[in-house]
Design a protein around this ligand. Structure first.
Ligand code: SAM
Ligand code: SF4
Length: 333
C-alpha cells in the first residue's frame, strides 16, 4: 500500500474532518457577524461517507483524526461518527475541537463512543469580552463543558486561545497563571487571515513572541516541554512549578510547514492539502471505489504546496498562488 508522502518528503498521518460549517457562535476572527450562507444540508457528507473516506485514509497511513467544524457539536449524532472512525483498525487517536457550549451534555456519550481528547476554544476569561469576541453564547457554558470533559476523562484537555492585539492580549498573564495552576495545556494561536485579507486582520494580528515577553515580565522561569499528546506544530513550555503547560502555534511569525503532516476534509467533501491555498479535491466521484479514493489522496500529495504565504499579507507582498475563499468555519481550522 502506498504511503502519503509528498514532493517535499513529508509523510501525512493526520486528517482533520469538518462535519459542518454551521456554528452557534460568530467569533469575530472566524465568521462575519451576520453569519454566512451555510451549505445546504444535502451538500454535507453523511457520516457513512466520511467513514468511507477515513477507511482509505487509514489504509494509506493516517492514524490520527480530529473532528472539527463550524461547531461539530451542533451536528446531531456525532457519537456515531466517532464510533465509526474509532472502530477502524489502525486508528490510534481521535480528538475533537469545539467551542464547548454543548459539551456538558455530550461529553459522556462522546467519550463512550471512543473520543480520546478534546480541544476547547477559550479566548477570554471575561464574560463581557466573551460576548464581544464570540458575539453570542455564554462563557459559563464553556466552563461547564470544560468541567464535563475533565469529569469523563477526556484527557489531555487543551484550551485554544487565539490572541488578538488590542482585544485579549491583556489576558496573557491570566492564561499563563491558569497553566500553572491547572493540569491543562493552554494553546496560544496566532490570528490567521483565512478566507479574508481585511484590515481587521492586520490590525489585530499579534505575534506570539508577546507571550514569552509577558512570561518574562512576570518573572516566570520557563522550561521547554514535550507538551501533551498530539502537540503537533506547537512549541511547548512549562512554567517552573506549574502543573500544566502552554504552547505557541505561530504559523505566521515562524511557519512550521516543513513538518506539516496533515490533510483536511471539508464538510462538503473536499480534501484540502493546505489550509491556506485554494486547491482542493472533490471526494464524491470516488465513493464506491477504494482505488479511486486512494488516487485522490495521492493526487493531494502531488499538489501539496511547500508552504503557505500568510506572512506576505502582513507586508503587502505579492503571493505566488491563489488563497482560499473559504473562511475558517468552512474548513475547520
Ligand atoms: N467551533 C470549534 C471551535 O471554535 O473550537 C471548531 C472549529 S474552529 C474553526 C477551530 C479552531 O480554529 C478554533 O480553536 C478557533 O479558535 C480557530 N480559529 C478560527 N478562526 C481562526 C483564525 N482566523 N485564526 C486562527 N485561529 C482561528
Ligand atoms: Fe464557531 Fe469555532 Fe468559528 Fe467561533 S471559531 S465562529 S466557535 S467555528
Amino acid at each position: 500500500m502506498p504511503e502519503l508522502l509528498d514532493k517535499f518528503g513529508r509523510r501525512h498521518t493526520y486528517l482533520r474532518i469538518s462535519v459542518t460549517d454551521r456554528c452557534n457562535l460568530r467569533c469575530l476572527y472566524c465568521m462575519p457577524e451576520e453569519g454566512m450562507v451555510f451549505m445546504d444540508q444535502d451538500k454535507l457528507l453523511s457520516y457513512e461517507q466520511i467513514i468511507e473516506v477515513a477507511e482509505t485514509a487509514v489504509k494509506l497511513g493516517i492514524h490520527k483524526f480530529r473532528i472539527t467544524g463550524g461547531e461539530p457539536l451542533v451536528r446531531p449524532g456525532l457519537e456515531q461518527l466517532i464510533a465509526g472512525i474509532s472502530a477502524l483498525p489502525g486508528v490510534d487517536d481521535i480528538s475533537l475541537t469545539t467551542n464547548g457550549l454543548l459539551l456538558a451534555s455530550q461529553a459522556a456519550k462522546l467519550k463512550k463512543a471512543g473520543l480520546k481528547r478534546v480541544n476547547i476554544s477559550l479566548d477570554t476569561m471575561d464574560a463581557t469580552r466573551f460576548k464581544f469576541i464570540a458575539r453570542r453564547g455564554n462563557l459559563d457554558k464553556v466552563w461547564e463543558g470544560i468541567e464535563a470533559a475533565i469529569e469523563v476523562g477526556l484527557s489531555p484537555i487543551k484550551l485554544n486561545c487565539v490572541l488578538l492585539k488590542g482585544v485579549n492580549e491583556d489576558e496573557i498573564g491570566r492564561f499563563l497563571k491558569l497553566s500553572m495552576e491547572q493540569p491543562m495545556h493552554i494553546r496560544f494561536i496566532e490570528y490567521m487571515p483565512i478566507g479574508h485579507d481585511d484590515k481587521g486582520w492586520r490590525d489585530h494580528y499579534l505575534p506570539l513572541s508577546k507571550v514569552l515577553e509577558v512570561a518574562n515580565h512576570l518573572g516566570y522561569v520557563l522550561k521547554q516541554d514535550e507538551g501533551p499528546k498530539g502537540s503537533g506544530p506547537s512549541e511547548n513550555w512549562r512554567i517552573e512549578g506549574g502543573v500544566g503547560t502552554f504552547g505557541l502555534i505561530h504559523p505566521i511569525s515562524e511557519h512550521f510547514c516543513k513538518n506539516c503532516n496533515r490533510l483536511r476534509l471539508t464538510a462538503d467533501g473536499h480534501i484540502k492539502p493546505c489550509l491556506y491555498w485554494v486547491d482542493e479535491l472533490n471526494v464524491r466521484p470516488a465513493f464506491g471505489s477504494q482505488e479511486a479514493m486512494e488516487q485522490l489522496f495521492l493526487k493531494a500529495m502531488d499538489i501539496k504546496p511547500e508552504n503557505h504565504e500568510m506572512a506576505a499579507l502582513l507586508v503587502g507582498d505579492k503571493q505566488s498562488h491563489v488563497p482560499t475563499e473559504r473562511r475558517m468555519s468552512q474548513i475547520g481550522g
